[in-house]
Design a protein around this ligand. Structure first.
Ligand code: HSE
Length: 336
């Protein structure tokens, strides 16, 4: 399967390492032979229609900070040029999420789908701003648009709700969808101020380059948009979310919650309205997880409430979700 990879940060590199280390069993177990024919990062590209050498790709990125130096004649092709000029079956879009215009990811995804390529996106921006129209475009072009890694990282939250709860009617859900703010709030409950907890999270590398995405609830809101569209069949985008972040949560709020055996959590919920906001959650509720963990509780008409807990971020975790999507695409293509 020929792949173009847009973005070569932590997730892209983890994915390539995963392909490299698992090549034998991916082929023997699943018949999957990923051939990365193009990689694009913010400084340049590496292209080989017979397939790039994956360990050389990772080494080049480590040494030069870009894949541009992969070959002697440095390649400056942009992601869009690559998508237009190189033949491939799947685009894996891993450039950074932005919620202003979702670029360059939006153009990558649209260009690929118009060309008849399947798309796997872990970039939340395009889906948060244009989920309904991107799904329409995928249907129109008869391609698959997959995005398992956008919610819950490696934890298969979307697949659980869509496939394991098949036939059920999910009436509501609520969850902790942002690991960074959960880490900050968990640390505040041990007595740290918001500023100290934020600094600690930044030192550990958890906080997005644009801290507002985590702190003001945008990342959680983007994930809520994706869940609402995919799981509940709503046609909503980011402006439809009533969103409040954690900047105004004080240690006093947290102490007050503790008196009634509760913790303050940034909760994304879909129960008639779509809301992201700090809320008190009982410490006995399975949803009340700490650290960088994510958790989501789905309430269904017949089977009650189930809570899924797992790591919601990380390179290898998110790469594993891309692999799941790729195997789904492989299976669908195999049916033709
Ligand atoms: N900033 C996100 C989080 C990363 O903290 O959960 C994963 O989307």
């Amino acid at each position: 399967m020929r792949i173009i990879l847009c973005g070569f940060g932590v997730v892209g590199q983890s994915l390539v390492k995963l392909f490299d280390s698992r090549s034998d069993d991916l082929y023997s177990k699943y018949g999957l032979k990923p051939r990365v024919v193009g990689v694009f990062d913010s400084k340049g590209s590496a292209v080989n229609s017979s397939g790039l050498n994956l360990s050389k790709l990772v080494d080049t990125k480590k040494k030069f900070g870009t894949v541009k130096n992969y070959s002697k004649n440095q390649n400056s092709m942009s992601g869009i040029e690559m998508l237009k000029n190189i033949e491939a079956d799947v685009l894996i879009e891993t450039t950074a999420s932005n919620y202003k215009d979702a670029e360059p990811g939006m153009t990558h995804i649209i260009t690929a789908m118009k060309k008849g390529m399947h798309v796997i996106s872990v970039n939340k921006g395009p889906l948060a701003l244009a989920f309904p129209s991107l799904m329409e475009l995928a249907t129109y072009n008869q391609v698959m648009l997959k995005f398992s890694g956008t919610v819950g990282g490696g934890t298969p939250i979307l697949d659980y709700a869509k496939n394991s709860l098949k036939g059920e009617r999910i009436t509501s859900f609520s969850g902790i969808l942002n690991g960074t703010t959960n880490y900050i709030l968990s640390n505040m409950s041990t007595g740290l101020s918001f500023e100290s907890a934020l600094k600690d999270a930044q030192e550990k590398g958890y906080v997005e380059a644009d801290e507002s995405l985590d702190l003001d609830g945008l990342d959680a809101a983007a994930k809520l948009v994706i869940l609402a569209n995919w799981i509940m069949g709503m046609k909503v985008t980011l402006p439809d979310i009533d969103c409040t972040g954690i900047r105004k949560v004080t240690t006093e709020d947290i102490k007050k919650a503790e008196k009634s055996n509760c913790s303050v959590k940034l909760i994304a919920s879909c129960n008639k309205k779509l809301v992201v906001s700090p809320k008190e959650v009982s410490n006995d509720d399975p949803l009340c997880v700490n650290g960088t963990l994510n958790a989501i509780a789905f309430t269904s008409e017949h089977s009650g409430t189930q809570t899924i807990i797992g790591r919601g971020a990380g390179g290898t975790e998110t790469a594993s979700s891309i692999l799941r999507d790729l195997l789904d695409i492989r299976q669908e293509i195999g049916k033709d």
